[in-house]
Structure formats: structure tokens, C-alpha cells
Design a protein around this ligand. Structure first.
Ligand SMILES: [Zn+2]
Length: 141
């Protein structure tokens, strides 16, 4: 992250409720938070009720090139939508998740909400097992 000077970080704090903990949402690849709003606005909406842990960071790739770089950096080439790094306590989200119409292509989760729930499944099981991550979350609510 230190060498990526070309990235301008916009950190948004999202409090899911006044008394609960907050997640950090970091928008990568834009100079103003507003430039990533077509992605961050629906993201915040869809995160409601999923229950990402306190102090979890959600990194949003606001451009296609940033999405590619994050994917390479995260060694997550097999995923086109999102990946979670348990050790770094972060989930990286590709903007495509919110810019493309459902059903999403190249993933077994058909919607952005399903992808967010699947990634949360990885956090709950503390594992990289794809089936376990889906199983933990159960059918979409
Ligand atoms: Zn997965």
C-alpha cells in the first residue's frame, strides 16, 4: 500500500447504527468520494444487516485498473467480484459488482448482496473454503 502513491484514498466511515461499531470503507482510484458514489452508495445499502465485524475494512476498487491491481496484489485472480483477506481484516470489492446487472457473470453468487454475504461467510468460518462460506450464510434473506 505504501508504494501506491498514485492512489488517492478516500476514507468513508460508515456507522451502521449510532450504538454499533463502524466499518471503514476505502474508495480507491478516485480523487473525491463523490466520484465513487455509484458504487459506495449501493454498497452501504446492501451491507445493512450482514454484520461485518467491528473494525473491518472494505476496500472498493472504483476503477477497472484499480480492480485489476487489487486482484493481483491480493493474489485473488480467480475472483472477479470480491475477495476477503482474513489476516488483514479486509474485503476488497470490485466496482463491477454494482455497475453490472444481475445475474453477475463469472461468479456463483448472482447478486451484489449474495457476494457480500458470501465474503462475510469467509469471515465467520475464518476459512477460504468456498462451499463453507456459502453454507454459513444460508439462503439469501
Ligand atoms: Zn469465496
Amino acid at each position: 500500500m505504501h508504494r501506491t502513491r498514485w492512489l488517492f484514498l478516500v476514507v468513508l466511515l460508515w456507522a451502521c447504527s449510532p450504538w454499533a461499531s463502524a466499518q471503514h470503507i476505502i474508495a480507491f482510484g478516485v480523487h473525491r468520494a463523490a466520484d465513487c458514489e455509484p458504487v459506495t452508495r449501493p454498497l452501504i445499502d446492501k451491507l445493512h444487516g450482514i454484520g461485518y465485524p467491528r473494525e473491518w475494512t472494505i476496500v472498493v476498487a472504483c476503477t477497472a485498473s484499480i480492480a485489476n491491481r487489487l486482484q493481483r496484489k491480493g493474489d485473488a485472480r480467480r475472483t472477479v467480484t470480491a475477495f476477503t483477506n482474513l489476516r488483514q481484516r479486509l474485503t476488497a470489492i470490485n466496482r463491477e459488482l454494482f455497475l453490472k446487472a444481475a445475474p453477475l457473470q463469472g461468479t456463483s453468487q448472482p447478486t451484489a448482496r449474495a457476494v457480500l454475504r458470501h465474503e462475510h461467510g469467509h469471515i465467520v468460518c475464518a476459512c477460504a473454503d468456498e462451499h463453507m462460506a456459502d453454507k454459513i450464510e444460508g439462503p439469501e434473506k
